[in-house]
Design a binder for this molecule. Structure first.
Ligand code: THU
Length: 143
């Protein structure tokens, strides 16, 4: 049941958001990435005093998963909002994270679920959020 899967993933993203390290922006983001084998990898944003060294929640989840040997992904749930409360608005993924999704996911089928505290969920395919995305087709691969 897809509706349940969405809600389960959002719940996992909300759980991960609590572990965000975001003392500079005060904006906490959580992500939960579902692999083809059914495993869920959670991620949070991790900031740095050297601001540009921050990593988004979505990329934390992807890099955890890929570094554990995962290469096939079905969906990601994302929630974000200021600390001191639950997310009241949707948190769409940044452009860099969309490009990382493009590297590992099928833009026709990979689903992006955005959630917020009131339970509303919006869902998109990667191709909708990254139209005409650069897939690396034609780029020589060394491995
Ligand atoms: N951030 C994410 O983790 N994911 C997003 O989709 C948007 C932005 C983080 C980066 C930074 O730590 C904070 O949110 C404010 O931009």
């Amino acid at each position: 049941n897809k509706y349940l899967q969405d809600r389960e993933l959002i719940r996992a993203a909300l759980e991960a958001r609590v572990r965000a390290y975001a003392p500079y922006s005060g904006y906490l983001v959580g992500a939960a990435l579902l692999t083809a084998s059914g495993t869920v990898f959670q991620g949070c944003n991790i900031e740095n005093a050297s601001y540009g060294a921050a990593n988004c929640a979505e990329r934390t989840a992807f890099f955890k998963a890929v570094s554990q040997g995962e290469r096939e992904f079905l969906a990601i749930a994302i929630v974000g909002g200021p600390s001191g409360g639950e997310p009241e608005d949707f948190c769409p993924p940044c452009g860099v994270c969309r490009q990382v999704m493009m590297e590992f996911c099928d833009p026709e089928s990979f689903m992006i679920y955005l959630g917020k505290a009131d339970g509303e969920i919006r869902e998109y395919r990667l191709k909708e959020l990254l139209p005409l995305g650069f897939s690396g087709k034609g780029v020589e691969r060394k491995e």
